[in-house]
Design a protein around this ligand. Structure first.
Ligand code: GNR
Ligand code: NI
Length: 168
């Protein structure tokens, strides 16, 4: 197991579209282990493989609070089947350290994916879990939180990230 480096915007690898996983092999399980360790160390509520420079369609989410037992969910080859309503959430992203912005997304989602045993499952989610699923699924398509902002906010975030670049 290893903590991996999280890529920061504007690293071009964050824009790559991740490839479907053909099978949950031991090497994919090792990647999942590294992702979990990296996510918990950050700490973050989610992490997409794209964020550590691994262009595979895998993300992890754990929205358990600090005083709750961990609740790691693994999504391999996720597909969002349904999006219902909308909600606005103050989002952060480990690839944009120090940035938080209100982003409007679907209120509820239905998602299908494979778990860490390669077994298909479906899940209906709302609240933060629904937000995180949409945020992570975006990463797998090279879509970032900045893409959901208006021009003015986009420019402000861009400028901040350029300024912070040496520390990234
Ligand atoms: O840690 C994270 N927190 C968060 C808060 C609100 C909405 C989305 C997120 S995801 C983020 C971790 C991350 O960057 N995942 O890609
Ligand atoms: Ni993110």
């Amino acid at each position: 197991m290893a903590i991996r480096t999280i890529l920061h915007y504007p690293d071009p690898r964050l824009r790559e579209k991740a490839k479907p996983v053909e099978a949950v092999t031991p090497s994919m399980l090792e990647l999942i282990e590294d992702m979990a360790e990296t996510m918990y160390a950050a700490p973050g509520v989610g992490l997409a493989a794209t964020q550590i420079g691994e262009p595979h369609r895998i993300f992890l989410i754990d929205i358990a609070g600090e005083d709750e037992p961990s609740d790691l969910r693994v999504f391999v080859n996720p597909e969002i089947l349904e999006r219902i309503g909308d909600q606005t959430w103050e989002e952060g992203c480990l690839s944009f350290p120090g940035v938080t912005e209100e982003i409007k997304r679907a209120n509820k989602v239905k998602v299908r994916a494979l778990d860490r045993d390669g077994k298909p499952f479906e899940l209906e989610a709302d609240g933060l879990l629904a937000v995180a699923i949409q945020h992570e699924n975006d990463h797998l398509d090279g879509v970032l939180m900045i893409d959901h902002l208006g021009l003015l906010k986009k420019r402000i975030v861009n400028r901040k990230m350029q300024k912070d670049r040496v520390r990234a």
